[in-house]
Design a binder for this molecule. Structure first.
Ligand SMILES: Nc1ncnc2c1ncn2[C@@H]1O[C@H](COP(=O)(O)OP(=O)(O)O)[C@@H](O)[C@H]1O
Ligand SMILES: [Mg+2]
Length: 341
């Protein structure tokens, strides 16, 4: 049998933060996890209103719900369907999940055991998976637009040409039309190759990042008249497949941003190994932008983070933009290959 003291130990050892709150809404006890979570000392919280831990904006509502709960207490999660926030001593809020269980103390007084779990990590995961769903949708949109622009247009044009070819009577005219169709088919083949490269550059399957990037830069030059001055070291030995793909996508996005937003016609890209990291730097001398470190460039951040790397953004209006991507290099003994992801 566990003794009273043992139960105290259980309470203290609980991995979740726990508060004992009486029917007046006063904190009667708390465990070390609650102290760690909220930043108040045990003495400070013990005996103070539980609403101290509720952000000001929802305090009144919390009070109403609490009184309502104490009329018909039952074990249940708090604020079902709501995103609950708890207030720390330093004023920061943390997303939490709270379970309530009613009970009666030895004194006969009603109380509620509140179990509080910090769900910051879980929320972050949810945001990430939302971002991934959005990314997949955007990719599909792009694909469907490319299929329409590159492929469908060509097929429609061929159909017309072939009709015209049939109606050409002179051998010379027919030869001219045939040559034109041949040229357009070549164009179409190039267009479709570009599309395929955009989806997953074939070079990347053999982890030749520098040549995959060089082809991508050629394409952006052909299609948008945008010049990329590239200095690309062969870093393939230092990258696993996931890191190579992340670098490829981030550089692609940064260059596309320079082409679309920077109001310049050229950018510089550098790729090199530096000890235990591989670094890519994308620089344009364009208009720059106000970057607060949070909004924008999200997909680049996410992609870098997913392979354990990061990006830094150096920009300001009128000062151009430099994006620096760093991903960890793999050691010579690391497992390699596409099958790993
Ligand atoms: N190289 C750049 N030069 C100027 N502005 C940029 C550059 N890169 C990004 N921006 C600004 O940052 C914003 C966010 O970029 P991004 O997250 O890639 O979204 P999107 O390109 O879809 O607008 C852009 O809309 C643009 O205003
Ligand atoms: Mg962009």
């Amino acid at each position: 049998m566990l003794t009273e003291r043992d139960y105290r130990v259980v309470f203290e050892a609980s991995p979740d933060a726990m508060l004992i709150v009486d029917s007046e809404g006063t904190v009667r006890d708390l465990n070390p996890q609650a102290v760690a979570m909220f930043g108040w000392s045990r003495e400070e919280l013990d005996g103070s209103p539980v609403e101290r831990l509720v952000p000001a904006a929802s305090r009144a509502r919390h009070g109403r719900h609490r009184r309502h709960y104490s009329e018909a207490p039952q074990a249940r999660p708090m604020g079902q369907g709501l995103e609950l926030l708890a207030l720390r001593r330093d004023g920061a809020t943390i997303p939490v999940e709270i379970s309530l269980s009613p009970g009666r103390l030895a004194s006969g007084q009603e109380h509620v055991i509140c179990t509080i779990r910090d769900i910051t990590g879980w929320k972050r995961m949810r945001q990430l998976s939302r971002a991934m769903v959005t990314a997949v949708e955007n990719e599909r949109k792009r694909l469907s637009r490319d299929l329409h622009d590159e492929f469908l247009q060509y097929l429609v044009a061929f159909k017309i040409r072939v009709k015209l070819l049939a109606s050409e009577s002179g051998a010379e005219d027919r030869e001219g039309a045939r040559a034109q169709i041949a040229a357009e088919i070549d164009d179409a083949i190039r267009g479709v190759k570009r599309m395929i490269r955009g989806l997953l550059p074939p070079e990347l399957e053999y982890r030749r990042l520098s040549s995959a990037l060089a082809s991508a830069f050629r394409d952006i030059g052909e299609v948008h008249g945008f010049t990329v001055h590239a200095s690309l070291d062969r870093v393939d030995e230092d990258l696993d497949a996931a890191a190579a793909l992340a670098l490829y996508r981030i550089v692609q996005e940064a260059v596309t941003n320079a082409e679309r937003h920077a109001r310049v016609t050229e950018a510089t890209v550098m790729l090199k190994s530096a000890g235990d990291v591989v670094i890519a730097e994308i620089r344009d001398e364009g208009c720059g932008f106000e970057f607060d470190g949070h909004t924008g460039l999200t997909s680049m951040h996410e992609r870098a983070a997913l392979v354990g790397g990061g990006i830094t953004v150096d920009t300001a209006p009128g000062r151009g933009t430099t994006i620096r991507v760093t991903v960890p290099a793999v050691g010579p003994d690391d497992e390699r290959g596409l099958d790993r992801w």
